[in-house]
Write a protein that binds this ligand. Sequence first.
Ligand code: HSE
Length: 434
Amino acid sequence: MASSPLNIGLVGFGTVGSGVARILNESAELIAARAGQPVQIRHIVIRDPGRARDHLPAGVTPSDSIDGILADSETSLVVQLIGGTDTAYDYIQKFLAAGKDIVTANKALLYEYGVDLFRQAAADGRTIGFEAAVAGGIPIINVVNQALTGNRINALEAILNGTSNFILTEMLDRQQSYENALAQAQELGYAEADPAMDVDGTDAAQKLAILTWLAFGTEVSLTDCVQRGIDNLQLTDLQVAGELGYKIKLLATARVNEDRLELSVQPTLLRVDRTIAQIDGPDNIIAVYGDFVGKTTYSGAGAGQLPTASAVVADILDYATGRAAATFPSILRSTAGPSLQVQPPEELSRRYYLRLTVEDRPHVLADITDVLGRHEISISLVRQDETPEENDDGLASLVIMTHRTTEGKLRAADMELNQLPAVHGACIRLPVAD
Ligand code: HSE
C-alpha cells in the first residue's frame, strides 16, 4: 500500500522557495525513497499570488494568506522562506501554536528570535530545521549540533557571506569596480533583498552569532562583535595586499581567549597560502577547532538558489524520517551551560593594514607616524608609490602595516589621524590574521 504523502506548506516563493520546488519536483522519486513517503507542496503563500513564477508545482494555487495552512490538519510541516523578522516571527509562532513543525532559512529571524522560538518549539514537542540559515549549502549546523558534539569547540574562523566573497573575487580577478561586482552578485541571486546587509558585515555577523550560540552556548548580539564591511574597500587595497603576500577576505571569527569570547567580522588580510584565503566566488568556508578533533574545515556554496535549497530539502527529509524529532531537543541541552563573557572589542590584539589618502607635501608622514607613536603603535612597513612630479590632485596613497596592537589603541589613533588637515577621507584599517 502506498504511504500517504508528507504535505508541505511553503511560505515564500522567491529564489530559495522556487529552488526547493524544483528539487522536490526533479528528484521526487529519490526524495520519496529517502523520506519513506512522497513529499509534496500542498500550499504556497506569497505576497503577490497573481505574478507568474518558475517551478510553481502543478495543482497548487498560491495564496497571500497563511490561513489555509493553519486550517489544514493534513499539512504538518511548514517551510518558511521569507525574509525580514516581524512577519516571519508572527507566522512561525502561529504555525507552532497550530502544531506544525518548521523549516526556515531566515538567519535574521533566528539571530533575533531563535532562542525564544527554539524554546517554544521544544516545549510544544515541535522541531525547527534551519540548516540553510548559515552558509547556504554547507551542512555546518549539522556539524556543530551533531557531528562534533564530543568536543568542546575553541574557535570558529569563517567566510560566511557569499556576496562579499564574490565581490572581492570579481574585483581582483577582473579588475572590476565594487559597484559592478555588487550588481552581478544581485543578478546571480546571492545577495539579500537589501544587499547593504551583505556588504556591511551584518549578514555574516548574524550567522556568526547563531553559530556562537550553538558552539559556545553563549547568546551574543551584534554590538558584542567588531563589525566592518567590505563597502569601503577599493581595488587598490586588494592589489596592494596581494603584492605584500595577502588576500583580503571578510573573515568572521569567534574564539575563546582565556575563558572570554573574541568576536569579529571584518575584512582581514590572510596570507595567500592559507586555505581560507583560497576560497573564491560565492563560496563560504568554516574552520572549526575542537579540543579533541583539532581543526576540521568545511567549504562550498554559501549562497545561491540550489545550494541553499539543497539544505532546506535535507531539513525536510530530517523531519520526514524522524531525525529532526530525535536531534532538535538536544540543541537546548547542548547550549545550556554557562555563557562566556565577550571580550571587549578594544582589547582585541592584531597586526593592522592602514591606508590613508594624504596630501603629498613635507612633514605629512612625520605627523602620521607621530600620532601612531603616541598611541604606542609600532610600524613594520610604510609604502608610498612614487608620485609623478606633476601630481594633478596633489594627493598620495600611503599604506602602513603595524606590529601587533589593540583595536582600542588603533581606534584612538584613527580618530586623531582623521583630524589631521593633510589626511583626506577616512583611513582604511584592516586587521591581519596571523
Ligand atoms: N546573502 C547571503 C550571502 C546568502 O551572500 O551569503 C544567504 O544567507
